[in-house]
Each structure stands twice: as C-alpha cells, then as structure tokens.
Design a binder for this molecule. Structure first.
Ligand SMILES: Cc1ncc(COP(=O)(O)O)c(C=O)c1O
Length: 376
C-alpha cells in the first residue's frame, strides 16, 4: 500500500544525475550557481559566534525576522501585518505549502491546481485527503479563467495559484486578478494558496501580489521563500502570510511537523533584510535573462516570453520531433546541456514540446551553455 502510488523519482533528480554522468551544463534544476552576497556570509559568521542563537526559536519565528517580513510586505505592497499572528517562518516554501494544505484541506475537499504546476502541490492535497482538480493553462501559459470557473463547484475549497509562474516565467496582469476576484465572490468558502516565491524576480512589469488585493487577503495564504530571494535555496527558510484566523489553524500543524525553524539562519536573515534593497533583484536577473536570450538569438530554439522567475521556456520543434522528456535526455547526453521537460509539470502528461532552462547561473555558464545550444 502506498499513500502516493503515482510518485516516483522526480525529473529534477533524474536530469541532475544525467547532467553529472555526462558532465553536461546543468540548466535543469532551479538553483543559482554563483556566490551569495558576502555581507550575508559575514552576518551568518557573526551570528554563529554569538551564543544567543543556538537554541530553539519561538514557534512562529524569530520575532525580529517576523518584523522584517512585515516591513518588507508593508513597503512592497502597503499591507500592514501583525508580526506575531499573521506571519509564520517556515522551513522553506515547500513546508509552508504542505502545512497550510494539511491544516485547511479536509477529506474530499477539491483543490484547483493550474497546470503546468510545481510538483509539491498535488501530493500534499492527496495526503490531506483532498482531491486535486487540475486545470490546464493555455498553450502560452495564461490562466484560462473560463476553464477554472467551469471546474469549480460547492466542494471546491481552495485554488492554488503561482505567480510569477514556474516553469513558464509568465506573470499575472491586473485582468487575472479581476477574474479571480469575481470568481471568489461567487464562491465565498474558497481559499487561495498563493505561491509567490519569485515575487521579487519580475522584469518589465512589477509583481502584483495578493497582498495588494483587499477583497482577497482575508481568504488567502501567501507563500514566499528566502531561498529564491537571496540565492540561498539550501537554507530552506521561507514564510507564510495569512490572517490570524487561518494562521491559527496552520500553526497547529506547524508546531508538530517543524516546531521552529533553523535559528542562526533566521537571525541572519533578520539582520540582512534591514541591509538589502529587495527591489534590486529584478534588475539583477533581468540582465541574466537578456544575456541568455540574446545569446540564443541565433539558435533554432523559439524563446517564449519571460516576464519573471529565473526560467526561460523554449520550443524546440525546429530541432526535433522527439517528446520533451526524450529531447531533454538527448540534449544532455549528446549536446551537453541539461534542461527540464515541461510535460512533467502536467498531471495529464500533455506534451506541447516546450522545455525550461534555468538562467540563475554565472554569465560564464550561460555563455558556455548557449554556445552548445547554438551549435544544434
Ligand atoms: C513555484 C515554487 N514554489 C515553491 C518552491 C519551493 O521553495 P523552497 O525551496 O523555499 O521550499 C519552488 C522551488 O523551486 C518553486 O519553484
């Protein structure tokens, strides 16, 4: 008996191993390969030497970090939060998502997931006893709001959204929020789990957060990740924002599956957040996006719009008729660059022949990878 009979080895593990075995450049998994800010490391060193930070932190989070999150939300989205009751520090966004779903989804509740979707949503809903209802995005990765509306009914309890979107790099526009707001009005019992881990990585258009939508905030759990914001995916520290009523339920689960998150990491992030300009992250990655896209101009790949995140989606139909999983394997083994096939993010497995490159890499890595990709 398995609680998750459909879950096997993830494509990220498969592609990273293949990349290692074939010494390919790994643009598959979404993690940066450049140094983190030395100021962050210095702060970490200082906090490690300070004997105040080696024991359990409060369950909700290190108070100064909760406060720093409130300041960031206030300055980015003009939303005032109570640091002790409306912010929860989590062991990465993944744990925050899992905990929120465990706390709020009951047996047979339906949860809408927009495909292609990040891989941790569906199993969490299944483990909570709920029923994932997968709704496809359009071929250009926009939300098909008529399809979302058509899949809602009185068993629907939650809709999971992800904006900026992994794997496509798409960013929602005001019209999307207006459609969501209209839908939520018709279904007053539905909650929103808003995965905004790439909130500070948008380019031409600034990210619109659920935090800014007054009619939605009391029904939403917003998820973010310091891993994405500060290039420290391995630290596994993130946070949830929700009103007290929802957060009280989430904390009941959090205290028994994590209790409190890594102390030195929290103390360090609390200090660091007072020193950095979160809004500079977008232009940092925009340079990388522009470099990568310009380098691939002469390749046979068709690059899709990249409005946010550090992922570039690309069609390869001028190169191959292979399915996307086989194409990514061939790309790794024969051409020396690993990417991720987007079909694996679709529950239905539908394959639109699109792959995803991660450009959170040094310029040298991007140049080397692009040279190989342009030779195909
Ligand atoms: C959309 C999305 N949500 C959540 C996560 C998980 O974030 P964390 O590493 O903080 O658990 C990721 C990581 O890749 C992601 O892309």
């Amino acid at each position: 008996m398995s609680k998750l009979p459909d879950v096997g080895t993830t494509i990220f593990t498969i592609m990273s191993k293949l990349a290692n075995d074939h010494e390919a450049i790994n643009l598959s998994q979404g993690f940066p390969n450049f140094d983190v800010d030395h100021e962050l490391i210095n702060t970490l060193k200082r906090n490690a030497e300070n004997n105040a930070f080696h024991q359990y932190m409060p369950m909700t989070g290190f108070p100064r970090l909760n406060l720093a999150v409130c300041d960031a939300v206030q300055s980015s989205y003009k939303r005032a939060l109570d640091p002790s009751s409306e912010v929860l520090i989590t062991a990465g966004a993944t744990q925050g998502i899992f905990t929120a779903i465990m706390a709020l989804i009951e047996k047979d509740d339906e949860v809408i997931i927009l495909d292609p979707s990040y891989d941790c949503y569906d199993p969490a809903v299944v483990l909570a006893g709920g029923r994932p209802v997968h709704v496809s995005l359009s071929k250009d990765f926009k939300v098909d709001w008529d399809a979302v509306q058509g899949s809602m009914n009185d068993r629907t309890r939650m809709i999971i959204t992800n904006n900026p979107h992994n794997p496509s790099g798409r960013v929602w526009v005001n019209e999307d929020f207006m459609r969501l707001e209209a839908l939520m009005e018709s279904y007053p019992n539905v909650l929103i789990l808003s995965d905004e881990v790439y909130e500070y990585i948008t380019f031409e258009n600034k990210h619109i957060s659920i935090n800014e939508r007054s009619s939605l905030i009391d029904r939403s759990i917003i998820v973010s990740s310091f891993g994405k914001t500060f290039h420290i995916t391995g630290w596994k520290i993130g946070y949830l924002v929700a009103n007290k009523f929802l957060m009280d339920e989430i904390k009941k689960v959090h205290q028994f599956n994590v209790f409190s998150v890594n102390s030195i990491g929290q103390a360090t992030l609390a200090d660091y957040l007072t020193q950095v300009d979160l809004n500079s992250l977008g232009s940092f990655y925009q340079k990388k996006r522009d470099l990568f896209r310009s380098l691939l101009q002469s390749s046979k790949f068709d690059l899709l719009p990249c409005e946010g995140t550090y992922f570039q989606a690309a069609r390869y139909d001028k190169i191959s008729t292979l399915d996307d999983v086989s194409f990514c394997k061939e790309l790794t083994m024969r051409h020396g660059v690993a990417a991720i096939p987007i079909s694996v993010f679709n529950k239905s497995g539908v394959d639109n022949r699109v792959i995803r490159f991660c450009f959170a890499k040094t310029d040298e890595t991007l140049i080397e990878a692009s040279n190989k990709l342009c030779r195909i």
